[in-house]
Design a protein around this ligand. Structure first.
Ligand code: ADP
Ligand code: ZN
Ligand code: ZN
Length: 734
């Protein structure tokens, strides 16, 4: 405990901050949130220890106040510094992930709120539907204009018009308060675990009882019922008075999941993600800080809530790449959760049907304990998986109109078409998977070779037929499709396949089938996805055509055929995780078939039926495949058998970038068992008009690369308008 007048170190949530000294004006403790000023701006910081400046006491600024809401424990603070050491984010940058709700400590803003008038009839545009969805996602509670705009991602004028038309009406309804999020959970005892589930649940239960750090991998095939096992664990920790975090990818946070939670626990979960109203963010944050909210279901950012007495974290779909944050600081939420559990000494559960190679490696080392669920719950069988060799079974071309002379070359082989036909005739549903948005990835002149390029990025633009425009998949810029080649005036043509192209072929070959397109272009929110899931359940869709959004946790009982249009896509990436990621994706997609009472089939169209990834999927040899992938990574000394840090330098002026990179190259230190490679132009050299180069620092597994990188970068002064991005164990090699 510090006394009034003591000098303490306060960490400020700021990208470069390592802590400043302040004078206390009342008694306070390590971990207390305090209000103070830096360069005349107010911040909420955290006391991390005793001050260490040798300035005269009178020269040290006083803090403004100690905030009596929540407190970070010693181990939470230790975790901040450990995370900073690992990711090379400044401790202040890590703290900024925690103190990211600006007004959590201020009195609430009073704003005019609006209700959605479901009685009003109006023409539904996409924007209005997004507003409607935004209300649904907020339990139809009233929202401010700002919230509506932020959550629905619509302009102010859309909202204004809806107010004018009486679709949105002003209300005196109040927003949910902290108390509204205070639920008491109990075990409703309406679920009986099967033997496998029970034995997994018992093992985790004993880890919770014993306490201390442990990692359990809940390794169960798709549909085996992992959720009920970790619900069991969550209940036990909660009953012990601990706080519990259930973390999942945004897209898995479905109504199906929420209703399962509510059934088992007798009350709905407190849900945390990036698209909440300002009031919800504030109140949930405060509720977690004051300890009244003890259980949260959330996306990766929920790990950074001001947890009190956190005693269990579950990371569902632990292999999912969305746990990797790559924008504002690079960190892997799963790994940071494990770190947090280790520092604080509590158990953590990772769940997946396709665990990441890193996690399996930790199982092999004996650091993580594996719990297996080998059969689908309720006796549903796994789908039968076969390949279609496109070298032998060519897709038939088709005509867009009967009267057309020109034929379009197809992508659906006769066998896949026959299977679709027979599935439809049995009144079952079909899913076609192709992981590329839009109609065609390349727009090119056949005469002179001109290719449509994004003006701001060094990548080609994709043609999107639905909106009739060219779209850059890196920065999102859109442009009109030129009628003729801007270089030579000849005809332009489309190359490659995207989702919309497959829909075109389906609409010609199966004119009576009801189809739906599912990609991030058509499904902008979880509510839109929910609507689609309901349509599937209600049988309003015969053929669902989609990207990886479809690979995640959905349960469609009537879906019996999955066709993967291009299983080879993604097999030949330059990145050492290409095999692993393709395997996980195809495996998850295949797992959508036959989850109900009817058996499922999966057909993979490929030119490479003998490829190890494809063979592993067909034979269901997940473990064997992962072992061989591990072997090749071991040979290449790639993570987790070696350490890797990517340093990406970006600048808006090429000359500045080149000069700084040259200086860095001249300053590279030599160190044992590792090296610094580069600079080379990044795989995508230009993004949004910023130029990019990269260095790669590699070392053997025992070499700590972080201090090397830190020392190296500190030797060269960073020019203005340059960004340095440090990515430890990168997932992405753009
Ligand atoms: P996973 O996440 O392992 O793919 P789920 O947790 O989605 O599998 O479970 C698959 C299906 O089985 C779901 O419909 C779920 O409600 C059901 N289920 C799982 N365990 C039980 C249980 N013990 N009692 C009743 N239904 C269960
Ligand atoms: Zn041309
Ligand atoms: Zn672009």
């Amino acid at each position: 405990m510090f006394k009034n007048g003591d000098i303490v170190k306060v960490l400020i949530p700021n990208v470069i901050n390592r802590g400043y000294d302040y004078r206390l004006t009342e008694d306070a403790d390590v971990g207390n949130f305090v209000r103070c000023t830096v360069m005349n701006r107010q911040y909420i910081g955290v006391i991390v220890g005793l001050g260490d400046s040798n300035l005269d006491v009178s020269k040290i600024k006083p803090i403004i106040e100690v905030c009596h809401l929540g407190k970070m424990s010693d181990s939470d603070i230790k975790w901040i510094y450990k995370m900073s050491e690992w990711t090379l984010m400044a401790p202040g940058a890590v703290l900024r992930l925690i103190i990211n709700v600006m007004d959590a400590f201020d009195s609430p803003k009073v704003e005019q709120l609006y209700e959605y008038n479901f009685e009003a009839s109006c023409k539904m545009t996409d924007a209005r539907q997004n507003v409607c969805d935004a209300f649904h996602s907020n339990d139809n509670d009233a929202m401010s204009v700002n919230d509506i705009q932020n959550i629905a991602k619509v302009s102010n004028s859309v909202v204004k018009t809806m107010i004018k038309n009486g679709i949105l009406i002003p209300t005196t309804q109040r927003e949910k308060t902290i108390d509204d999020f205070h639920y008491d959970y109990v075990d409703m005892k309406n679920v009986v675990l099967n033997q496998e589930q029970q034995s997994a649940a018992d093992t985790i239960a004993s880890a919770i009882k014993t306490g201390g750090f442990s990692v359990h991998l809940l390794d169960g095939i798709t549909g085996s019922g992992k959720t009920q096992v970790y619900f069991d664990a969550a209940l036990r920790a909660y009953m012990d008075g601990k706080s519990v975090l259930l973390m999942m990818p945004e897209i898995a946070l479905t109504a199906q999941f929420i209703s399962r939670f509510e059934k088992r626990f007798g009350a709905p979960p407190v849900v945390w993600h990036s698209n909440l109203t300002a009031a919800r963010r504030r109140n949930i944050w405060r509720g977690v800080a004051n300890g009244s909210i003890k259980m949260v279901v959330g996306t990766r950012s929920a790990l950074f809530l001001p947890w009190q007495n956190l005693g269990l974290v579950v990371v569902d779909e632990e292999h999912d790449t969305s746990y990797k944050q790559e924008d504002m600081g690079n960190y892997h939420a799963r790994d940071m959760a494990v770190l947090r559990a280790k520092v604080s000494g509590f158990p953590i559960v990772l769940a997946s049907a396709t665990p990441s190679l890193e996690t399996l490696h930790n199982v092999a080392l004996g650091k993580y304990k594996r719990l297996r669920l080998n059969s689908r719950f309720g006796g549903a069988t796994l789908p039968k998986i076969e390949t279609i060799d496109l070298k032998q079974e060519k897709a038939e071309s088709y005509k867009l109109n009967e009267s057309d002379e020109k034929e379009v070359s197809g992508n659906l082989s006769p066998r896949l078409c026959a299977e679709i036909e027979s599935t439809l005739s049995q009144h079952k549903q079909v899913m076609l998977f192709i992981n590329r948005r839009g109609f065609a990835p390349i727009v090119q002149c056949k005469k002179c070779g001109w290719v449509a390029q994004c003006p701001d990025c060094s990548v080609g633009m994709n043609y999107h037929k639905r909106i009739g425009k060219l779209v850059c998949h890196i920065c999102g810029k859109t442009q009109n499709l030129p009628n003729i080649c801007p270089q030579c005036g000849n005809e332009v043509s489309m190359r490659g396949i995207g989702l919309e192209k497959i829909q075109e072929e389906v609409s010609v070959k199966f004119p009576n089938a009801k189809t739906a397109l599912v990609s991030s272009d058509t499904i902008m929110s979880r509510e839109a996805l929910e609507r689609l899931v309901r349509k599937m359940e209600d049988g309003e869709i015969d053929i669902i055509i989609g990207t990886q959004i479809l690979a995640k946790g959905h349960h469609f009982p009537n879906l019996t055929l999955v066709g993967v249009v291009d299983a080879d896509m993604g097999l030949f990436g330059t990145d050492f995780r290409a095999g692993e990621h393709t395997f996980q994706q195809l495996f998850q997609v295949a797992g959508r078939a036959g989850r109900g009472e009817f058996p499922g089939r999966v057909l993979l169209q490929t030119y490479q039926p003998e490829h190890p990834v494809i063979q592993a999927i067909v034979k269901g040899n997940r473990d064997e495949f992962m072992l061989s992938d591990m072997e090749s990574r071991k040979m290449a000394k790639m993570p987790p058998y070696g350490n890797l840090i990517a340093v990406i330098i970006e600048a808006d002026k090429e000359s500045v970038l080149k000069k700084y990179c040259e200086q860095l190259a001249n300053a590279t230190p030599t160190f044992e068992n590792g090296k610094i490679m580069g600079p080379i132009a990044a795989q995508i050299y230009q993004i949004r008009n910023w130029y990019r180069m990269r260095f790669l620092v590699s070392g053997d597994i025992k070499t700590h690369l972080q201090p090397v990188v830190q020392y190296w970068l500190s030797k060269v002064k960073q020019p203005v308008n340059v960004r340095v991005k440090i990515d430890v164990n990168p997932q992405n090699f753009m």
